[in-house]
Design a protein around this ligand. Structure first.
Ligand code: HEC
Ligand code: HEC
Ligand code: HEC
Ligand code: HEC
Ligand code: HEC
Ligand code: HEC
Ligand code: HEC
Ligand code: HEC
Length: 394
């Protein structure tokens, strides 16, 4: 097909199976990431359910929450395995998509993986919250709200690279044209590339569609702020942020990061995380190195003062990315401001957690003491003795 004919057609989504034909390595490694598994087709493969849908067991768990429920635990709608069309998530929690009146909805139950616990999810209004409108753009690829369709479940190639029909149709030999017809985040200004991740790892409201929680109309390479209003504590979203604007809710890494010293120096999500794992051993959360080694890639030297001087170990992540946000249960995911929170923060505002009590639990009751010990031990040594005359040093 000649280039002109290709470019005269509308640009559309073609799906990752098409990309696979020429980019097998990228496809294969993307398949190993959570992005590819976000939404899974349960009617095609029952194994995507991380646990059995056992109605009796689910109602028992819900009954423990009775006081908080807006619908009695015995009456909450529980889908049968056959009614579940897709699963949402698999790592921290799983939710289930069902169809009602030709529209996809999120059924009102949630399974928390680490604690093996069933909890309620919008039990009173679940059938008034269409899944595609509320969540679609962040969880599937090629969402079309007008037609009520999407092209592929999960966060696939074209979520980050944009519509690929022109690029895929051009002959392999048209290398330059091919490069120009697809978004390569590595070739965008880093702030613009960062917004691709920020289009989903974020919380807010669509500017161009009422009721949508994702940036309807945004495409990789565009300015996110034209499509999205991000939440903040100051703006009233106290459910999702602490009073110091650190995240309490999940999928808010971009909000945290934007306040971090890293954002000012252009250290972005992909400085630390891979999205297709080529030539890198697999790690938890797709970091390019595991644990502190991730930080040591750049922070070759760390000052032996302050908190660093009184700890014999160097688990950077434990203090600088404390688990203070919530996906399924409180404190199961991390802060991304990279700022260690001292006990003083909690003393000043008890609703703000700190980086220390995850280990210093026995001192929980007395944060003042921990703070005082910290201050005493971290005083910088003062010069000792008499003033020495440099002449004596000859
Ligand atoms: C017919 C083969 C073919 C298909 C199908 C294909 N690509 Fe490519 N792709 C190429 C070639 C050839 C290049 C250029 C390689 C180079 O720069 O040396 C390329 C380059 C790229 C680049 C880098 C562009 C740049 O500026 O560096 C990205 C990103 C990319 N492809 C993504 C995709 C995605 C996403 C899909 C599916 C929507 C896809 N490709 C489908 C052949 C293909
Ligand atoms: C979550 C976002 C995301 C997804 C999903 C994704 N990519 Fe990428 N891709 C990137 C980023 C970011 C880069 C820039 C290089 C980097 O940081 O790894 C990139 C770079 C590339 C390149 C350029 C060569 C390179 O490795 O730098 C190709 C080709 C490519 N991706 C193909 C694909 C294909 C094919 C898929 C689906 C099977 C895919 N990508 C899925 C974000 C993504
Ligand atoms: C279209 C929405 C979307 C985009 C764009 C996106 N992500 Fe994600 N990301 C998700 C979702 C949804 C999950 C949760 C997947 C799951 O747990 O099944 C996720 C999970 C992750 C994880 C956790 C993986 C794990 O193993 O726990 C990392 C790290 C991540 N994304 C980084 C990135 C980076 C870096 C970018 C930008 C290059 C990016 N994401 C772009 C939606 C997106
Ligand atoms: C602005 C984008 C966005 C919107 C809107 C959104 N999510 Fe997510 N969701 C994410 C990202 C990114 C992650 C993974 C990172 C995290 O949880 O911090 C995630 C994670 C999840 C997980 C946990 C995945 C796992 O493997 O444990 C579930 C379940 C989930 N979302 C359900 C929903 C539902 C249901 C809706 C709609 C009511 C929704 N989300 C709306 C971006 C979004
Ligand atoms: C300076 C390095 C760094 C940067 C920059 C960074 N992350 Fe992370 N991220 C980490 C580390 C370290 C972990 C925890 C890994 C572990 O548990 O072993 C993590 C964990 C995660 C997780 C898993 C959930 C959790 O909290 O455990 C997600 C999702 C994620 N990051 C997304 C992002 C996104 C999106 C961006 C950009 C807005 C980003 N990260 C920027 C280092 C970084
Ligand atoms: C890609 C390189 C890179 C990686 C990886 C990285 N950093 Fe940084 N970090 C920087 C740069 C650049 C700065 C800003 C300059 C400076 O203050 O050193 C910075 C600043 C910081 C600061 C603030 C310093 C200050 O003076 O206030 C902290 C804290 C920090 N990083 C912690 C971490 C932690 C923890 C990790 C691992 C999860 C990490 N960084 C990974 C490059 C990196
Ligand atoms: C026990 C908790 C703790 C651990 C572990 C820790 N930090 Fe820190 N770090 C802090 C605190 C608290 C500060 C704020 C300054 C102070 O009072 O020391 C800080 C400050 C910093 C700063 C900015 C100031 C400076 O001293 O350069 C950087 C950069 C940094 N840490 C990186 C790291 C890296 C990299 C690691 C892992 C090798 C690490 N930290 C391990 C608590 C910790
Ligand atoms: C990962 C676990 C962990 C975290 C997080 C942690 N500590 Fe510690 N802390 C220890 C251990 C273990 C020791 C004993 C000394 C050693 O082996 O390094 C210690 C020693 C101390 C001491 C010295 C004497 C004592 O026992 O009272 C103080 C003070 C202290 N930590 C304060 C802090 C502060 C402040 C923070 C938060 C910024 C913090 N720690 C975060 C584990 C931790």
């Amino acid at each position: 097909m000649d280039t002109k004919a290709v470019l005269s057609q509308d640009k559309t989504f073609v799906g990752s199976d098409t990309c696979k034909m020429c980019h097998l390595e990228h496809y294969d490694s993307w398949k190993m990431t959570q992005h590819s598994r976000m939404i899974q087709d349960a009617s095609a493969n029952r194994d995507v359910l991380v646990t059995a849908i056992d109605e009796k067991r689910i109602r028992e768990d819900l009954a423990k929450l009775e006081k908080k429920l807006k619908v009695p635990s015995s009456e909450i709608y529980i889908p049968t395995e056959d009614e579940i069309l897709y699963t949402i998530g698999s790592q921290w929690k799983q939710r289930f998509i069902v169809k009602k009146d030709d529209t996809l909805f999120i059924s009102p139950i949630q399974y928390n993986v680490e604690t093996d616990r069933w909890v309620n999810y919008h039990e009173a209004d679940w059938n008034k919250r269409p899944w595609l409108l509320k969540c679609g753009g962040c969880h599937v690829t090629g969402t079309d709200l007008e037609k009520q369709t999407f092209t592929e479940p999960g966060v696939a190639c074209e979520s980050c690279h944009g519509k690929g029909s022109w690029h895929a149709a051009l002959p392999k030999t048209a290398v330059f044209e091919k490069r120009q017809t697809i978004v390569n985040p590595a070739k965008l200004p880093s702030g613009v590339a960062q917004q691709i991740c920020g289009s989903c790892h974020n919380r807010g409201k669509a500017k161009k569609m009422k009721g949508a929680g994702w940036p309807v109309g945004y495409e990789p390479g565009k300015a996110l702020s034209a499509f999205y209003n991000q939440v903040s504590y100051a703006g009233g979203k106290k459910k999702y942020l602490y009073s110091n604007e650190f995240s309490k809710g999940h999928h808010q890494q971009h909000i945290d990061w934007a306040q971090s010293p890293h954002s000012k120096e252009g250290v972005t999500c992909t400085s630390c995380h891979y999205v297709h794992q080529i030539g890198i051993p697999q790690t938890r959360s797709q970091t390019q190195a595991a644990g502190s080694a991730q930080c040591a890639q750049c922070h070759e030297m760390v000052n032996r003062n302050g908190a660093h001087a009184i700890h014999s170990f160097a688990n950077c992540v434990g203090c600088h990315l404390p688990r203070i946000a919530k996906s399924a249960e409180i404190g199961d995911i991390r802060s991304h401001t990279f700022i260690a929170l001292l006990p003083q923060e909690t003393i000043d505002d008890p609703t703000i957690p700190n980086s220390c009590t995850s280990c210093h639990k026995h001192k929980d009751a007395d944060l003042e003491k921990l703070q005082a010990a910290y201050e005493k031990l971290t005083q910088r040594p003062r010069p000792q003795g008499e003033i020495i005359n440099p002449v004596d040093y000859k």
